[in-house]
Design a binder for this molecule. Sequence first.
Ligand code: ACO
Length: 429
Amino acid sequence: MKNNSLKITDNRTGTSYTLPIHNNTINALSLRDIKVNEDDFGLMAYDPGYTNTASCNSTITYVDGEKGVLMYRGYPIEQLAENSTFLEVSYLLINDSLPSKEQSEHWENKVMHHTYIHENLAKLMQTFRYDAHPMGMLIGTIAAMSTLHPDAKEIHNPTSRQKQIWRILGKLPTIAAFAYRRRIGRPYNYPDSSLGYTENLLYMMDYMNQGNYQVDPILAKALDTLLILHADHEQNCSTSVMRNIGSSHADPYSAMAGAAAALYGPLHGGANEAVLRMLTEIANTDNIPHYIDQVKDGKFRLMGFGHRVYKNYDPRARIIKNVADQVLKVTGSTPLLEIALELENIALKDDYFVSRNLYPNVDFYSGIIYQAMGFPVDMFPVLFALGRAPGWLAQWLELIDDQEQKIARPRQIYTGHMNRDYVPINKRK
Ligand code: ACO
């Protein structure tokens, strides 16, 4: 206990307490032993936004924000982005190891055989208004899936859980593509399971009955890489929601609808859209110095820069920059890339950004790629959700099997009124 412990003296009482330290962490419940008297509730930790609270043990994703390191199940993101596929990374996140050849074939086969959605779901999607945001459609449709697959409630049955995972991974691209087609007023293309996962997604979105239609393999690979880069990022906002809802033992569709809703927020899934708006507003590389001056004056933030965890170059941003080069070779360049590169160049030499450890994050280049590939801006968070789905599922599985987990139920510090007497309405001022 001598070394791996924390000694606290409560100056209110003069009592000292020794709290064990495991993995650089103290158990928050041990603070409750620190009391003024027997009737006292005991100390709590105040942590809005959970910026310094570990809510679980996890073996899925490792992030070292100071060094700019990201690993899934111990594999560096750079190696996975270079050599793997999104479906293989999904297997890795969910099963903890890379699949053998047989396991890989079985996995892909199972996922691709769950790409068709129930016709009721397709009809439900038709009922959204013509201008419905695709993210709203995605959230509503995922929630509706729980009504079609009631066996998903058997969350402690591994066979049922496995089936829901194949269903979710298989059907999400179909729902995303249908949301897109609904939005642009075109008929749905039903899935083609002879295609690869990302190829099939692009086919369902783009195909217009052309005789010689083929998905561009470079674009399919680029999108696959972007999905890999988004596949998990430990306890971020949407993943925490997935775990919170899952902690009440709701089915995975209901939990995932909540996670997707969290991702819809502009502070989480919408930053790449903000980057595009910013680059469009800058319009010309000559305008960058003035723009940077305004950022330094605190008028607004440089979107796509900075990260709560990364205080170094976001490793995903480095990979995405290369993907942007490949995609723009196919689609033709965009002036936005030139502005982004110059903006990064200037910012990384500027003491304001250097001293605050502000580097490009994952969103700085992803919007440029999506736009070059022809995705409308409101599809960006949908693509993010498709990528994050295996991470949400892996984290949900880990939660269900973790004996230490309980229903999520934070404490509060009550600062409101006490014991007020009810006043009839005719006597109120
Ligand atoms: N541009 C200019 N200054 C910035 C930026 C930025 N993008 N980000 C942080 N700063 C400055 C702050 O003004 C602050 O300066 P100060 O110390 O002089 O007050 C300092 O850097 C620290 O900023 P915090 O807000 O404390 O950093 P935090 O870790 O809370 O914020 C965040 C992280 C929200 C991502 C922030 O960097 C930001 O707003 N970036 C722009 C939005 C963005 O790109 N979001 C996507 C994040 S990636 C993702 O969610 C998938």
